[in-house]
Design a binder for this molecule. Structure first.
Ligand SMILES: *Cc1c(COP(=O)(O)O)cnc(C)c1O
Length: 360
């Protein structure tokens, strides 16, 4: 079977040495030395400040909403977001009592289209939650202008954008917060895990308390909190995966570039801004229509190749969310999208076969 993605497993002996250290210290969680080390290594690698490690990418979003005061108050709140994303972007809002209000995506970049945001704003709107989908960049300048004008917070779901640069700087610097997922299937992972990058130090300090039950000492409860801590075993995996990230990136970029060369003339690919340095996380292709997408999926399946309809369905079509505006672009892309197999261990023959089947 050729899976659509495959977790990166780093050098096992190195991981064992980290685990030996955990055994010696007997310090398994609660901001241990490996979590601290991974925090500073990631801040350095990504070129960001105010990074907080958490137990997964969904809690990263929830904590970000809380730390920025979007959720957790008695007021009714809404946030404008994209229907073309993994369900956690919208479900995390709803879970926090914030109604996700969808605005349609751009037909070329597949990210939230700034032109559709203002029409979705109501007196209840507290935030914009865009997604740097497939690791491309949203129109961050236009979104920031709208947020300023209407006094809204911005939380980027940057789960796909690990290490992505825009205009020579980390894309994660945009927004009041940007969140990452370190799930096993993501480019960089800690088995399960995530992080929040805050613009301001005060938000980071608030979030630090929140992820540890609101405790500030053994006898002081300073805030209402939850448990969202990363543990030492997760951090050990992260440190090892980070050490080998160049190998992973090189393998992926070779595969990514081969796909692009073979497919860009015939198929619709995601448009990305010129000044983007991408991370080769995904290779999405939009086919002609729903039927050809299903047919291609079947042809691949026959040869034991797994492609994914990622992201399908467009979220406004599910029973859990409302659809106040029309999401025609998102629906059209969601019906035609396939993410092709992309990970560090796809060999040339398999990739040639995938490309051949797409043309067949
Ligand atoms: C993976 C992902 C998440 C959820 O992250 P977890 O770490 O699995 O909780 C959220 N949003 C997007 C866009 C994702 O791809």
């Amino acid at each position: 079977m050729i899976p659509v993605t495959k977790p990166y497993l780093p050098d096992r002996e190195k991981l064992a040495r980290y685990i030996d250290g955990i055994y010696e210290r007997g310090w398994l969680t609660n901001n241990g030395p490996l979590v601290q080390k991974l925090t500073s290594r990631l801040e350095e690698y990504l070129g960001v400040k105010n990074l907080l490690l958490v137990s997964n990418g969904t809690l990263a979003l929830q904590i970000a909403y809380r730390a920025l005061g979007i959720s957790g108050t008695q007021q009714k709140a809404e946030a404008i977001t994209t229907p073309f994303t993994f369900v956690a972007t919208a479900s995390s809002l709803k879970w926090e009592g914030i109604e996700p209000i969808f605005a349609d995506i751009d037909a070329d970049t597949w990210c939230l289209d700034p032109a559709n945001i203002e029409g979705a704003i109501t007196p209840q709107t507290k935030a914009i939650v865009p997604v740097h989908v497939f690791g491309s960049a949203c129109n961050v300048e236009a979104i920031e202008q709208i947020a300023k004008k209407h006094n809204l917070k911005i939380v980027y779901d940057a789960s796909h954008a690990f290490g992505v640069k825009y205009k020579s700087e980390s894309l994660l610097k945009h927004g009041d917060a940007a969140t990452l997922s370190f799930h096993a299937t993501k480019l960089f992972h800690t088995i399960e895990g995530g992080a929040i990058i805050f613009k301001r130090k005060e938000s980071l300090e608030r979030a630090k308390k929140m992820i540890n039950f609101g405790l500030t000492g053994s006898e002081a409860i300073d805030a209402l909190g939850i448990n969202a801590k990363m543990n030492e075993f997760q951090a050990a995996m992260g440190l090892c995966v980070l050490d080998e990230i160049q190998v992973n990136l090189q393998a992926r970029s070779d595969i990514w570039n081969t796909y692009e060369q073979a497919l860009s003339n015939k198929f619709q690919l995601q448009a990305r801004p010129k000044e983007l340095e991408q991370n080769y996380s995904y290779f999405p292709v939009a086919l002609k229509n729903k039927d050809s997408t299903k047919l291609t999926l079947e042809k691949l399946k026959e040869k034991n190749i797994q492609a994914r309809r990622y992201f399908y369905p467009s979220l406004e079509t599910t029973e859990f969310f409302q659809n106040r505006n029309n999401q025609t672009v998102s629906r059209s892309i969601a019906e035609r999208i396939l993410c092709l197999p992309l990970h560090h261990q796809i060999n040339k023959e398999d990739q040639d076969l995938i490309i051949e089947l797409l043309y067949s």
